[in-house]
Design a protein around this ligand. Structure first.
Ligand code: SF4
Length: 377
């Protein structure tokens, strides 16, 4: 049967060497052929296990000197900055729900330097040394280094010494300076983002990688973005997961402009195609493709597990950024519900830590794709 995806292309995908032209062809293939091939590669890469992490988001401030035109989160009039006590109270609550990670990000404060960020890390590690701190986007690290008059490398070394365990690969948006000039002109340029991430990896700090799509970028720019992530991974091996994030159009200037032109959020089929494309282009390089239940909604996130995704992200406990831009899928989810969603999709749920350690033991073929199968550990 003609799947619409040429055999030679599939061969290149198995070897992790798909080209830009292959990617364009994949986007033109029938969606179900694309989903099915991505699902095959997912099974080869990680088997039937679908992971999630118990974590808590903490946004320490919504004050920001940034000018990102897709942002609905920053508020320079009615802003908050969490006190050290408030921040620690949130970590304590996270600990009480058995969270293993706190994910800390915030706006770019005008009047702080690196010591502010170091203080956050040190106060958490003093009370909760075992809590994994996944914090500060490449933009925040770049901002802190600039305000302190030191290099990004030096900032990363100090952050690590103060307790930073890994970094979110946010602020990537689309790694194209043409796009960034339109949606976030004051943000670090594409090459600078890549540089901060690579420096983090060489400092011993793993990162995730993200892509916010569905605004002003072209299909070619999406492809370039994913291939840039692949290049970074080939060089450093420091990326733990790739997270495609659909743009939320509400309460922000870019979204309002698009909606005036009759464009809203990306169609579900397009979201699933991005998940599938990510799996195929990153095969043999980045094993974990995360479907965001916050952005996609629970049902589409479940479906994404059949289109290349193998991770549902975290329990979050609180989520402000997507909510402010119109996401209405909730701010928190229990581990129990995530496991329910995963079993409902015919996969095997497995709690992971931030770095996906200890979950790669092989699953036998007979255990694959069995609804309700309970991992024994
Ligand atoms: S996206 Fe982040 S850096 Fe940009 S304006 Fe919003 S809070 Fe600031």
């Amino acid at each position: 049967m003609d799947t619409g995806i040429p055999e030679e292309l599939k061969e290149r995908a198995y070897r992790g060497i798909c080209t830009k032209e292959d990617a364009a062809l994949l986007l033109g293939a029938g969606p179900f052929e694309l989903f099915s091939f991505a699902d095959e590669l997912r099974a080869l890469a990680v088997g039937a296990r679908v992971t999630y992490v118990r974590n808590r988001n903490i946004n320490f401030t919504n004050r920001c000197t940034g000018t990102c035109r897709f942002c609905a989160f920053k508020d320079n009039k009615d802003y908050y900055i969490l006190s050290p006590e408030e921040l620690l109270a949130k970590v304590r609550e996270a600990k009480e729900t058995k969270a293993t990670e706190v994910c800390i990000q915030g706006g770019l404060l005008p009047d702080v330097d690196l010591s502010f960020y170091l203080g956050i890390l040190e106060s958490i590690k003093a009370e909760y040394p075992e809590m994994h701190i996944h914090a500060f986007s490449p933009m925040e690290v770049w901002h802190a280094a600039r305000l302190s008059g030191i290099s990004v490398k030096e900032a990363l070394l100090q952050l690590k010494k103060s307790g930073l365990d890994s970094m979110p690969g946010t602020a990537a948006e689309i790694l194209s300076d043409r796009v960034r000039e339109i949606i976030c002109p004051a943000k670090l340029k594409a090459g600078e983002w890549v540089e901060v991430v690579k420096q983090a990896h060489t400092t011993g700090l793993p990162t995730t990688a993200t892509m916010m799509y569905g605004h002003v970028e072209t299909p070619e720019e999406r492809i370039e973005h994913i291939l840039t992530i692949r290049e970074i991974q080939k060089e450093t091996g420091g990326i733990t997961e790739f997270v495609p994030l659909p743009f939320m159009p509400y309460n922000n200037p870019i979204g309002e402009k698009l909606m005036k032109e009759g464009r809203y959020t990306s169609p579900g089929t397009e979201d699933l195609k991005i998940y599938a494309l990510s799996r195929i282009l990153l095969h043999t390089h980045v094993d974990n493709i995360q479907a965001s239940w916050v952005k996609l909604g629970k049902k589409l996130a479940q479906l994404a597990l059949h289109c290349g995704a193998n991770d549902l992200g975290g329990t979050l406990m609180e989520e402000r950024i997507s909510k402010s831009a119109g996401a209405n899928n909730g701010e928190t989810i229990t581990a129990k519900e995530l496991e329910w969603m995963i079993r409902g999709a015919g996969r095997i749920p497995k709690e992971r830590n931030t770095l996906y350690m200890g979950i790669k033991e092989p699953v036998s073929d007979s255990q694959r794709e069995v609804p309700g199968y309970e991992a024994s550990e």
